[in-house]
Design a protein around this ligand. Structure first.
Ligand SMILES: NC(=O)C1=CN([C@@H]2O[C@H](COP(=O)(O)OP(=O)(O)OC[C@H]3O[C@@H](n4cnc5c(N)ncnc54)[C@H](OP(=O)(O)O)[C@@H]3O)[C@@H](O)[C@H]2O)C=CC1
Ligand SMILES: O=C(O)C1=NCCCC1
Length: 334
């Protein structure tokens, strides 16, 4: 059994491969080639510290894997004298024949990357036809934490927005992220917007990645035909958007098993989901009305983590064996 740490994982992550692994996972879900249940959650000391488990199995030649991700969310970690990520994850990657653990793959970066990639996959497949050439369109990101930052990088990589607005509850954090991104990309397209309505006004694509238990985006502010990736999870996975917004939109999910549990509140209120993103990828589902707002309610799936763990493991082992064979050749030539 090997441990692949965060530093090694980061060296091996690329946006194109992450996008592909997530896209394949979503498709396999809707082809019935996965087994996964809604994540389990326990509260530590009955407070806001959480431990989640996410077991899954994905049947696929390239990304097929059996695994289980363990995640802790400790909201105070970033404020410790020696700060730690609030969300820490590790993925147990197992042999399909024997159940033996082949590797534990550090999963904090993977969780960030695959979550942002899931939003990008959903945007491409649900909103792709409305993406315009050139850079006239506007992206609005709500939340400037880890997910806010990684979504900004991911959407800068895959799309061509002319303006990327950032709103955040703590103004200084939002301003700092906009500044950091402008410096990284030597641009001025990242703009911190203090007012939520102003941030949404005219935005073509919206991403919500906060832990807010109250809606941060309201239906009346959103332009017809816009696409929203709702990713943040406070106590529920649907608290960032107001009820009216759900009611007037086509809502897509990543997997029914998760939605039945984590979106139960919406289901109990009579909410009907359009279907899984995997069905859209397969070409079986689409939004017909151009002016309808679309929402991807991204819960995050164990099989995405399985696919990512398999990909990182394969790349890691491949690098190791290349290094070994080049050092053997060196020894022989000496
Ligand atoms: N769907 C999925 O697959 C995944 C979802 N998530 C969820 O995404 C969310 C963001 O995660 P991450 O970026 O890692 O977390 P961070 O702790 O890094 O950031 C949290 C963000 O939420 C904001 N926030 C917290 N409380 C509130 C509030 N009451 N009102 C408004 N904003 C608030 C913070 O703003 P401030 O700077 O003001 O504190 C900050 O922008 C979390 O809810 C997490 O559970 C995470 C991973 C995967
Ligand atoms: O999919 C994940 O991973 C997570 N989703 C919600 C919050 C914790 C991690």
């Amino acid at each position: 059994m090997i441990y692949i740490n965060e530093t090694e994982v980061l060296k091996l992550l690329t946006w194109d491969e992450t996008f592909h692994a997530v896209e394949v996972s979503m498709r396999r879900v809707s082809e019935g080639r996965v087994d996964q249940i809604a994540r389990s959650k326990i509260k530590i000391l009955n407070r806001d510290k959480l431990l989640f488990t996410m077991p899954g199995y994905l049947d696929d030649t390239q990304y097929g894997a059996m695994g289980c991700k363990l995640i802790t969310v400790f909201p105070n970690n970033s404020r410790l004298p020696k700060p730690l990520p609030n969300l820490i994850a590790n993925i147990f990657y197992m042999d399909e024949e024997t159940g033996v653990i082949k590797a534990i793959v550090a999963g904090t970066e993977i969780t960030k990357w695959r979550t942002a990639a899931a939003s990008a996959v959903a945007t491409k497949h649900i909103y792709g036809k409305k993406l315009k050439p050139g850079s006239s369109q506007i992206l609005a990101i709500f939340g400037s934490g880890e997910q806010g930052r990684i979504h900004a990088h991911c959407f800068k990589y895959f799309f061509n927005f002319g303006e990327i607005r950032i709103w955040n509850r703590t103004v200084s954090n939002g301003q700092a992220l906009a500044r950091e991104l402008n410096e990284t990309y030597k641009t001025d397209i990242f703009k911190f917007v203090r007012d939520r309505k102003e941030c949404v006004d005219g935005a073509d694509v919206i991403i919500t990645v906060t832990s807010s238990p109250e809606p941060v985006v309201l239906a009346d502010w959103v332009k017809p035909g816009a696409h929203i990736n709702a990713v943040g999870a406070s106590n529920t996975h649907f608290s960032e958007l107001d009820k009216k917004l759900y009611d007037c939109s086509d809502v897509f999910i990543d997997y029914w098993n998760g939605a039945k549990v984590e979106l139960k509140g919406l289901i109990d209120e009579g909410m009907k989901f359009k279907g899984e993103v995997g069905e859209v990828i397969k070409g079986n589902l689409m939004t017909v009305d151009e002016r309808k707002i679309t929402i991807f309610q991204g819960l995050g799936m164990a099989v995405e983590d399985c696919a990512m763990a398999r990909m990182i493991y394969d790349k890691f082992m491949n690098n190791q064996s290349n290094q070994k064979s080049s050092s053997t050749q060196l020894t022989k030539s000496i």
